[in-house]
Every structure is written in structure tokens, then in C-alpha cells.
Design a protein around this ligand. Sequence first.
Ligand code: GLN
Length: 194
Amino acid sequence: MKIGVLALQGAVEEHLDAIRKIGAEGIQIKSKEQLEEIDGLILPGGESTAMRKLIDFHEMMPALQAFDKPILGTCAGVILLADHVESNETHIGGLKVWVRRNSFGRQIDSFSAPLEIVGFTSSYEAVFIRAPQMDEVGEDVEILASYNGRIVLVRQGNKIGCAFHPELTEDLRIMQMLKEMILQSKLAHPSNVL
Ligand code: GLN
């Protein structure tokens, strides 16, 4: 299984490590052609406006918008995926959520907190770094976790939107969720099996 990490800016290495730990091959994605070789994609944390500029510079936007295999957007990545971004334009889009940037304060306000996540049998310690929150979600979006009344983890079809940083903890359950989604999508579309 090959999982790509958009590697234009942000927390790329940490995701590649986490991908290795779930037994998949991690690939740094720097061009649109590379999107064809992977089974799933991670849009990492970082700075969404900087990432957007680099996506445009590398002419990757149409290919990212057309990518129909499983995607995990974390932190800045969920801002890229959101259909509505407060006080900003939509970037890649496709995830029916309204997102608000830096909703948990500034860098100094980074913290970790235990979350109850739908489908997990024990709580998950989530790391938040200048995290966004999702204010509202479309009807086919499943809310998997909230923190203090703010939506921080959702799933819509083969997309996961995550306001925190799953690559910064030893707990691999969010990464496993992506892996599971990729296995399901390969079963549904055998032609995608590499
Ligand atoms: N605040 C950043 C942004 O708006 C996201 C922070 C992160 O990815 N850790 O893009």
C-alpha cells in the first residue's frame, strides 16, 4: 500500500514515519503526476495559505481536486479540504465542512487533550497546534469527535478531516482508520490495486 504525503510544506517527515509504522509505504508528493501512483493521500499540518500558494505554483490544484481515493487532511490539511473557510477562499474543497482557522489560539496555546472518538474503545490523546475547528458540517458528514463543543474529527465517504496532529503521537488509530479506508476502496475498485 502506497500512501502519499503532500510534501510542499509542513509536517511531512512525521507522517512518513507514522505511515511506516502502520506497514505502508510513504511517498513524498511534489508533483501532480505522482498522485497517480498512490492508494491514498495525506494533506499534512503546516500553514494552509503557504501550502495553497505552493499547490498553485506547482500547478497541482486540478489533480488534487480530481483525486478520488482516500484522503486524510490534518490541521492545515483539513483547511485545504474544507468547502468553506472563514474569511478565506476555498482551496481544494470536497469536504462539506465550515472551518475556522486558529480557533484554539496561537502557537503558544498548543496543547494535548483526551478525546472520545466514535468507534474507539478508549480515549485518544490528541495534539492541537494552532488548530482549526469545524463549525458546521454537511448532512453526509459524520462527526467522530468534538472537543469542548468544537468539532475536531469528521468523516465523509473516503475523506477524513482532522483538526489535530495524529502523526505526533504514538497512538496510530487515526492512521489505521485511513489504512482501513484504503483497503475498503481497493476492494470496491479492484482496478486500483497496485
Ligand atoms: N494555523 C494553521 C493554518 O491556518 C494550521 C496549523 C497547523 O497545521 N498546525 O494553516
